[in-house]
Design a protein around this ligand. Structure first.
Ligand SMILES: NC(=O)c1ccc[n+]([C@@H]2O[C@H](COP(=O)([O-])OP(=O)(O)OC[C@H]3O[C@@H](n4cnc5c(N)ncnc54)[C@H](OP(=O)(O)O)[C@@H]3O)[C@@H](O)[C@H]2O)c1
Length: 245
């Protein structure tokens, strides 16, 4: 039986992935900060076939919280899959207006996600097998005026994932960096009904589960974002700076 641990289990994308793993009868260890939401998510996953659900209530906004989360999910025995899915996306305008919003955005999405991936990878290396998936973003591929703080944090995640992949090369541990495009979850509620087409969380989740099954190093999801970001990265600076991206 597969054991799956998720840090940020109440995330829209994580919940959709968890439903897939629950459907396979997985044993789930779930970390989130909101006990009521976590209880609802856990109950839903039990009805969808999870063989067991262990909830762990922790705030992942500090290094101590992240360390406790990793310790808790490995305390009950080996873990086959770890998904790091917590994050926050305040607007660039909110971050402009309050440097503590900017600092938290950078810390939670950047250093604390990297710390979570690093600590989880150390445990997987110690147990000699397992898969780590960590959610970056297409926003990490090129800094844009509308969200370069969030993008910078996600670029940090991408660099750490690359280093971890190098570290575990040739072992039975795999590290998958997930790069979703804009996806319909609570994080993007403010974008609903706008010009940008949001992917379904279920589409992104299916790509995550498949990429983990295959031990893929990087997955753009939906797939078209690989091509879109290749073009955006190749746009000459003068042309890029004329866009409103
Ligand atoms: N949606 C997109 O368009 C998109 C695109 C690219 C990448 N991503 C990334 O995908 C991941 C999942 O996001 P999502 O789209 O599923 O958004 P979401 O539904 O808003 O999920 C974000 C999750 O992070 C949790 N979280 C934030 N700060 C936390 C803290 N200090 N302690 C514990 N949990 C905390 C939230 O907990 P609460 O439920 O308690 O608030 C929530 O469960 C994030 O890394 C995000 O950056 C999303």
């Amino acid at each position: 039986m597969t054991t799956v641990a998720v840090l940020g289990a109440t995330s829209g994308i994580a919940q959709a992935a968890l439903r897939e793993w629950a459907g396979r009868g997985a044993e789930l260890r779930l970390v989130a900060r909101d006990p009521d939401k976590l209880a609802r998510v856990g109950a839903d996953l039990e009805t969808r076939g999870a063989s067991s659900v262990t909830p762990v209530v922790l705030d992942l906004g500090t290094d101590a919280g992240v360390r406790s989360a990793v310790e808790s999910v490995f305390a009950e025995g080996p873990v086959d899959i770890v998904l790091v899915a917590f994050g926050t996306m305040p607007s660039q305008a909110d971050a402009d207006g309050d440097e503590s919003v900017a600092a938290t955005l950078l810390h939670v999405n950047g250093s604390l996600n990297v710390l979570a991936g690093h600590l989880a990878a150390l445990r997987l290396i110690e147990q000699g097998r397992g898969s780590l998936a960590i959610i970056g973003s297409v926003a990490g591929d090129r800094g844009r005026q509308s969200n370069y703080l969030y993008g910078a944090a996600k670029a940090m995640v991408a660099t750490a994932a690359s280093g971890l992949q190098h570290r575990v090369a040739g072992t039975n541990v795999s590290v998958t960096l997930v790069k979703p495009g804009p996806t319909a979850t609570p994080m993007t509620d403010h974008l609903r009904g706008g010009p940008l087409k949001l992917a379904k969380a279920e589409t992104v989740a299916a790509d995550i589960v498949r990429a983990v099954d295959r031990g893929k190093p990087v997955v753009y999801t939906p797939r078209k974002w690989s091509l879109i970001m290749t073009i955006i990265k190749l746009l000459p600076r003068q042309l890029f700076e004329r866009t409103k991206l």
